[in-house]
Design a protein around this ligand. Structure first.
Ligand SMILES: C[S@@+](CC[C@H](N)C(=O)[O-])C[C@H]1O[C@@H](n2cnc3c(N)ncnc32)[C@H](O)[C@@H]1O
Length: 316
């Protein structure tokens, strides 16, 4: 382990892999978090790969936006932390791109590959339970968290922890997809009703379960960074991402295809969460079928909205 000292918070994925998973309605769910609503199985790993590829297209082939190169300029050994790393696609890419930096990826599920670059390592940790992660303060130069807010109850608290862990002048990069769908026609009514209902149901259950997730976090990333008091030079960006096969521009078409494939996997992945939230199997089946129908036969172009924010930790 790369941190100082041992801790109960970090668990070893090598001991008993079974303890990290539970089976629910045919999907493999994470055992360590009661908050995170999605499976951590082969279909979900595929979805993460699509997501990773798509974000790279959005970032013009890169793994990041913002002054990452500046934050990782060499002198002393640089350290990068990826929160909610999933299958580890981003962490591995960064380890390849910055072979002289150490990259640590943490997640609740040990789904990362065995063979990774020598400067990349993974650790198991529930970000939702730890007020302090088991790393010394000011021990990272870059901290990245992408598409994890649905597994975090206290996102502002996590941002404060990022502030503690970053070195002065270090960079945080947050990326979160919005949970409010939009269409090119800005329709919220009859068109695509099944699509809107799926997302409204998802948001409702995320908000009202005993463990409450704030579904407005993606659109507030910049405010959350500012409120923490740790950061300066806060940049907020948004990407409107096409869903499906309608864009004319070849790059946008690729991005749209990747998002469509992502959603095709996401819709059934929500079933265990809806069932565990008290919805009947019949109602879940209807919601899923209606959303799938709208995805397969859209009567208006769909869009997804991705929020990106990066900032530098204050130096003084
Ligand atoms: C949608 S995936 C995104 C994975 C990766 N960040 C990416 O962008 O490809 C969300 C990941 O966050 C992890 N996660 C969710 N809540 C977590 C928590 N409380 N602590 C640690 N990891 C968490 C999940 O296990 C999952 O692997």
């Amino acid at each position: 382990m790369s941190h100082d000292g041992e801790s109960d918070i970090l668990l070893s994925a090598e001991e008993d892999v079974g303890q990290f998973f539970r089976s629910f309605h045919g999907r493999r769910m994470p055992a360590l978090s009661e908050t995170y609503p999605l499976p951590v199985d082969a279909d979900e790993e595929k979805r993460q790969e699509l997501h990773h590829r798509q974000i790279k297209f959005i970032f013009s082939g890169k793994n990041y936006m913002g002054p990452v190169k500046e934050a990782l300029q060499f002198g002393e050994k640089r350290r990068i932390l990826d929160l909610g790393t999933g299958k580890g696609y981003w962490a591995i890419d960064m380890a390849d791109e910055y072979p002289r930096a150490d990259v640590v990826g943490i997640d609740i599920a040990p789904i990362q590959p065995e063979y990774v670059p020598p400067n990349c390592q993974f650790e198991i940790c529930n970000l939702d339970e730890s007020t302090q992660l088991p790393y010394p303060e000011e021990s990272f130069d870059l901290i990245h968290a992408r598409s994890i807010h649905i597994g975090i109850q206290d996102y502002p608290g996590l941002v404060e922890e990022i502030g503690r862990l970053l070195k002065p002048g270090g960079l945080v990069l947050l990326i979160e997809p919005d949970l409010f769908p939009i269409t090119a026609a800005d329709s919220t009514g009859d068109l695509s009703r099944g699509w809107y209902k799926l997302w409204a149901t998802f948001r409702t259950f995320l908000e009202h379960r005993p463990r409450r997730v704030d579904v407005t976090v993606p659109s507030r990333l910049g405010d959350i960074l500012a409120s923490s008091g740790f950061f300066e030079d806060i940049v907020v960006k948004q990407a409107n991402v096409p869903v499906g096969f309608w864009p004319q521009d070849p790059t946008m078409l690729t991005i749209g295809q990747l998002q469509w494939m992502d959603y095709e996997l996401l819709i059934p992945a929500l079933q265990p969460f809806f069932l565990s939230s008290g919805m009947s199997a019949e109602d879940v089946a209807h919601i899923v079928q209606d959303a799938q129908h709208d995805l397969y036969y859209p009567n208006v172009p769909f869009l997804a909205h991705i929020h990106i924010s990066y900032a530098t930790k204050r130096r003084g």
